[in-house]
Ligand binder design. Structure first.
Ligand code: GDP
Ligand code: MG
Length: 437
């Protein structure tokens, strides 16, 4: 699946301190392949990876947890943007607001009509009327009536009529008479796009002047969904998209392609056959669904937030000059602590959560270390080399620890300095996280 492919793609980047032209090219190729497999169309996948590459190359990886994770964050932001950035609300201020539902057969129009009526009644305090505009299949009228009954919304039907335009117009008039402030017009589809359907739905649009035209599409139809969306939009200039059947194992790549091809907001997603299985579309959530990366993004966000870039640059300079001292060490510890509970933090990294489930990670593991550092004089903190045996005894006493603990810390600190000097690049946090897998 996409997750495995992205994992593989990120492996290329793993352990590399910087995102460079060379390592990013291979990764972008993998990501493009993965997106294509998730039903994102070629043009979209190409422009997406180009954009991500440009952004990634300009990034300083210094403060990030690993280049792969930073890349995930960039991708997630980019995907979110491509899908509209934030939630786009329905325009339901008119009285009555007319909403026309369009799409192919089996896309889920009738089901969505019922769900939308339910949503508007329950969540928005509206008084909707459903209109049964599918005159070609008698069962379609029954279906809408059953759904209307289920959600407690009246349904306007005219079984004697074969004219969907007249029915739609009569439905709006009925709503005005009865004080319904939203009219949802369910319409007939076809097996495929054809001229007769387009002429008819366009006529319904002209006759009812809807405030919203929602195009319903089955997300499982992949690339076809994009073509259908384009054909409907060319004729209808719809106001929003409804993606249905996202409860299956579709990754939602269609969402990305449709948005980029027709440039209309996705407003709802259907996640099941039940009337409650409707969600307002959140671009950021869909982005993480497409990436399948769980909490990596929020982990990266937290790390970036807490680990001040300037401070890190300062630190790097010191490390290079071998001036890393106990003050720096202590501020590093504080950085780590600021990021929250260590176990929670590590648990957010995919694959790590399970592995550390039973391991005790003390949140106060740093306490004795901090106590020891606090017991040093400012001079000692800045010049760790002067801390001889006599000073160590005093520090042990002052910190309420013992000489062994102080010796251990001094040894660790010395080792750390050596290692840090060797890798002239990343901060301690970055190194630590990269070694976790
Ligand atoms: P229409 O021809 O466009 O009106 O499509 P329908 O509303 O009759 O739906 C066609 C089929 O898809 C029905 O069996 C629905 O129960 C099913 N369906 C609709 N929306 C969803 C959804 O979000 N998830 C799933 N799993 N099934 C759906
Ligand atoms: Mg139908």
């Amino acid at each position: 699946n996409l997750q495995d492919k992205l994992d593989r793609a990120f492996k290329v980047l793993k352990g590399q301190g910087n995102i460079t032209e060379i390592n990013v090219a291979e990764t972008m190729k993998e990501i493009r392949k993965a997106l294509l497999d998730a039903d994102v169309n070629y043009k979209t996948a190409k422009s997406f990876t180009d954009e991500v590459r440009t952004k990634a190359l300009g990034q300083n990886v210094l403060t990030s947890i690993s280049p792969g994770q930073l890349l995930t964050k960039i991708m997630s932001d980019e995907l979110t943007n491509l899908m509209g950035g934030s939630v786009t609300e329905l325009e339901i201020t008119k009285n009555p607001t007319v909403i026309l539902i369009a799409g192919l057969n089996g896309a889920g129009k009738t089901t969505f009509s019922g769900k939308l009526a339910n949503f508007l009644r329950e969540q928005k305090g509206k008084k909707p009327l459903l209109v049964a505009g599918d005159v070609y299949r008698p069962a379609a009228i029954d279906q809408l009536e059953v759904l209307g009954q289920q959600v407690g919304v009246p349904v306007y039907v005219d079984r004697a009529s074969e004219d969907p335009i007249a029915i739609a117009v009569a439905g709006v008039a009925e709503a005005k008479r009865n004080g319904n402030n939203v009219v949802i017009i369910d319409t007939a589809g076809r097996l495929a796009i054809d001229e007769a359907l387009m002429v008819e739905i366009t006529a319904v649009k002209e006759a009812t002047q809807p405030h919203e035209i929602l195009f319903v599409v089955d997300s499982m139809t992949g690339q076809d969904a994009v073509n259908t969306a384009k054909a409907f939009n060319d004729r209808l200039d719809f106001t929003g998209v409804v993606l249905t059947k996202l409860d299956g194992d579709t990754r939602g790549g269609a969402a990305l392609s449709i948005k980029s091809v027709v440039n209309k907001p996705i407003k709802f997603i259907g996640t099941g056959e039940k009337m409650e299985a409707l969600d307002v579309f959140h671009p950021d959530r869909m982005a993480s669904r497409i990436l399948g990366m769980g909490d990596v993004v929020s982990l990266v966000e937290r790390a970036q937030q807490q680990f001040d870039e300037k401070e890190a640059a300062e630190l790097q300079k010191k490390i290079r000059k071998n001036k890393f001292d106990f003050n720096d060490f202590k501020s590093q510890i504080q950085q780590i602590k600021k990021m929250g509970n260590m176990k929670d933090l590590m648990g957010m990294i995919p694959g790590v959560g399970k592995a550390i489930k039973d391991i005790e990670i003390e949140d106060d593991a740093f306490k004795p270390i901090e106590a020891i550092i606090d017991s040093m004089t400012p001079y000692e903190r800045q010049n760790p080399d002067v801390i001889d045996q006599k000073r160590r005894v005093r520090i042990a006493k002052g910190s309420g620890t013992n000489i062994d603990e102080v010796n251990k810390l001094m040894k660790q600190f010395g080792d750390m300095r050596k290692v840090m000097k060797q890798m002239s690049n990343p901060g301690m946090m970055a190194k630590m996280m990269r070694n976790i897998p």
